[in-house]
Write a protein that binds this ligand. Structure first.
Ligand code: RTP
Ligand code: MG
Length: 141
Protein backbone atom coordinates (compact mmCIF):
# COMPACT_ATOMS: atom_id res chain seq x y z
CA UNK A 1 0.00 0.00 0.00
CA UNK A 2 1.18 3.53 -0.74
CA UNK A 3 2.16 6.20 1.74
CA UNK A 4 -0.84 8.48 1.88
CA UNK A 5 -2.16 11.56 3.70
CA UNK A 6 -5.60 12.29 5.08
CA UNK A 7 -7.27 15.28 6.72
CA UNK A 8 -8.60 14.72 10.22
CA UNK A 9 -10.66 17.03 12.43
CA UNK A 10 -11.30 16.52 16.13
CA UNK A 11 -14.75 18.10 16.36
CA UNK A 12 -15.96 20.57 19.05
CA UNK A 13 -17.57 17.86 21.22
CA UNK A 14 -14.33 15.90 21.60
CA UNK A 15 -12.22 19.05 22.13
CA UNK A 16 -14.68 20.07 24.89
CA UNK A 17 -14.36 16.58 26.46
CA UNK A 18 -10.58 17.06 26.74
CA UNK A 19 -9.71 13.93 24.75
CA UNK A 20 -7.42 15.42 22.07
CA UNK A 21 -4.46 13.49 23.48
CA UNK A 22 -6.38 10.22 23.69
CA UNK A 23 -7.45 10.57 20.05
CA UNK A 24 -3.91 11.46 18.91
CA UNK A 25 -2.76 8.33 20.72
CA UNK A 26 -5.24 6.25 18.66
CA UNK A 27 -3.74 7.71 15.47
CA UNK A 28 -0.18 6.96 16.60
CA UNK A 29 -0.95 3.43 17.80
CA UNK A 30 -2.74 2.86 14.48
CA UNK A 31 0.43 3.67 12.53
CA UNK A 32 -0.55 7.19 11.50
CA UNK A 33 1.83 10.10 12.01
CA UNK A 34 0.66 13.68 12.70
CA UNK A 35 2.52 15.74 10.06
CA UNK A 36 0.54 19.01 10.46
CA UNK A 37 -1.71 20.30 13.23
CA UNK A 38 -3.61 23.41 14.29
CA UNK A 39 -6.40 24.43 16.64
CA UNK A 40 -9.05 26.64 15.03
CA UNK A 41 -12.48 28.03 15.75
CA UNK A 42 -14.10 27.75 12.31
CA UNK A 43 -16.11 30.65 10.95
CA UNK A 44 -19.53 29.88 9.47
CA UNK A 45 -18.06 30.48 6.00
CA UNK A 46 -15.19 28.04 6.60
CA UNK A 47 -17.51 25.32 7.90
CA UNK A 48 -20.00 25.80 5.03
CA UNK A 49 -17.15 25.67 2.51
CA UNK A 50 -15.62 22.58 4.07
CA UNK A 51 -18.93 20.66 4.01
CA UNK A 52 -20.14 22.15 0.69
CA UNK A 53 -20.78 18.65 -0.74
CA UNK A 54 -23.53 18.25 1.89
CA UNK A 55 -25.17 21.64 1.14
CA UNK A 56 -28.45 20.11 -0.06
CA UNK A 57 -28.69 17.52 2.74
CA UNK A 58 -31.33 18.00 5.48
CA UNK A 59 -28.68 17.91 8.22
CA UNK A 60 -26.46 20.62 6.63
CA UNK A 61 -27.48 23.54 8.88
CA UNK A 62 -27.22 21.47 12.06
CA UNK A 63 -23.81 20.20 10.93
CA UNK A 64 -22.50 23.72 10.32
CA UNK A 65 -23.90 25.01 13.65
CA UNK A 66 -22.23 22.13 15.45
CA UNK A 67 -18.87 22.58 13.70
CA UNK A 68 -18.74 26.28 14.73
CA UNK A 69 -19.93 25.67 18.30
CA UNK A 70 -16.37 25.57 19.65
CA UNK A 71 -12.73 25.11 18.63
CA UNK A 72 -11.59 22.10 16.62
CA UNK A 73 -8.20 20.43 16.15
CA UNK A 74 -7.29 20.01 12.48
CA UNK A 75 -4.47 17.64 11.49
CA UNK A 76 -2.89 15.89 8.55
CA UNK A 77 -2.19 12.20 9.17
CA UNK A 78 0.34 10.29 7.10
CA UNK A 79 0.84 6.55 6.77
CA UNK A 80 0.29 3.46 4.64
CA UNK A 81 -3.31 3.62 3.37
CA UNK A 82 -3.95 6.57 5.71
CA UNK A 83 -7.45 7.43 4.37
CA UNK A 84 -8.91 3.98 5.05
CA UNK A 85 -6.85 3.43 8.19
CA UNK A 86 -8.20 6.64 9.72
CA UNK A 87 -11.80 5.72 8.76
CA UNK A 88 -11.27 2.35 10.49
CA UNK A 89 -9.94 4.03 13.64
CA UNK A 90 -12.91 6.49 13.58
CA UNK A 91 -15.70 3.90 13.26
CA UNK A 92 -19.15 4.37 11.70
CA UNK A 93 -20.69 7.86 11.32
CA UNK A 94 -23.39 6.95 13.87
CA UNK A 95 -21.59 6.06 17.11
CA UNK A 96 -24.41 3.62 17.95
CA UNK A 97 -23.24 1.59 14.93
CA UNK A 98 -19.51 2.11 15.48
CA UNK A 99 -17.43 -0.98 16.28
CA UNK A 100 -16.14 -1.37 19.84
CA UNK A 101 -12.79 0.26 20.39
CA UNK A 102 -13.21 2.87 17.65
CA UNK A 103 -12.92 6.60 18.38
CA UNK A 104 -16.62 7.25 17.76
CA UNK A 105 -17.73 4.26 19.88
CA UNK A 106 -15.59 5.51 22.76
CA UNK A 107 -15.93 9.32 22.55
CA UNK A 108 -19.00 10.28 20.44
CA UNK A 109 -22.52 10.89 21.75
CA UNK A 110 -24.64 11.07 18.60
CA UNK A 111 -24.58 11.11 14.79
CA UNK A 112 -24.42 14.93 15.01
CA UNK A 113 -21.75 15.17 17.71
CA UNK A 114 -19.54 12.35 16.48
CA UNK A 115 -16.07 13.41 17.67
CA UNK A 116 -14.03 13.24 14.45
CA UNK A 117 -13.97 13.87 10.73
CA UNK A 118 -11.81 11.97 8.27
CA UNK A 119 -11.44 12.37 4.50
CA UNK A 120 -13.33 9.69 2.56
CA UNK A 121 -10.95 9.36 -0.43
CA UNK A 122 -7.41 10.23 -1.43
CA UNK A 123 -8.75 12.84 -3.88
CA UNK A 124 -10.87 14.54 -1.21
CA UNK A 125 -7.97 14.31 1.25
CA UNK A 126 -5.81 16.44 -1.07
CA UNK A 127 -8.60 19.04 -1.40
CA UNK A 128 -9.32 19.09 2.35
CA UNK A 129 -5.63 19.33 3.31
CA UNK A 130 -5.20 22.31 0.96
CA UNK A 131 -8.33 23.89 2.53
CA UNK A 132 -6.60 24.17 5.91
CA UNK A 133 -2.83 24.00 5.37
CA UNK A 134 -0.22 25.70 3.22
CA UNK A 135 2.37 23.25 1.88
CA UNK A 136 4.96 24.88 4.18
CA UNK A 137 2.83 23.86 7.22
CA UNK A 138 2.98 20.11 6.45
CA UNK A 139 6.04 18.16 7.62
CA UNK A 140 6.34 14.77 5.94
CA UNK A 141 8.27 11.99 7.63
P1 RTP B 1 -17.28 13.17 8.39
O1 RTP B 1 -17.41 13.67 6.97
O2 RTP B 1 -17.60 14.22 9.42
O3 RTP B 1 -15.97 12.48 8.61
O4 RTP B 1 -18.36 12.02 8.63
P2 RTP B 1 -18.75 10.83 7.66
O5 RTP B 1 -17.91 10.85 6.42
O6 RTP B 1 -18.73 9.59 8.49
O7 RTP B 1 -20.24 11.21 7.30
P3 RTP B 1 -20.82 12.13 6.12
O8 RTP B 1 -21.82 11.33 5.38
O9 RTP B 1 -19.69 12.76 5.35
O10 RTP B 1 -21.58 13.26 6.92
C1 RTP B 1 -20.90 14.37 7.49
C2 RTP B 1 -21.41 14.61 8.88
O11 RTP B 1 -22.78 15.00 8.81
C3 RTP B 1 -23.48 14.47 9.92
N1 RTP B 1 -24.57 13.62 9.47
N2 RTP B 1 -25.73 13.65 10.01
N3 RTP B 1 -28.44 13.15 10.65
C4 RTP B 1 -27.87 12.47 9.66
O12 RTP B 1 -28.45 11.61 9.02
C5 RTP B 1 -26.47 12.74 9.37
N4 RTP B 1 -25.78 12.16 8.42
C6 RTP B 1 -24.55 12.72 8.50
C7 RTP B 1 -22.52 13.65 10.75
O13 RTP B 1 -22.09 14.42 11.85
C8 RTP B 1 -21.39 13.37 9.79
O14 RTP B 1 -20.17 13.21 10.48
MG1 MG C 1 -17.64 12.55 5.23
Amino acid sequence: MALERTLSIIKPDAVAKNVIGEIYSRFEKGGLKVVASKMKHLSRKEAEGFYAVHRERPFFNALVEFMISGPVMVQVLEGEGAVLKNRELMGATNPKEAAAGTIRADFADSIDANAVHGSDSSENAAIEIAYFFASTEVFPR
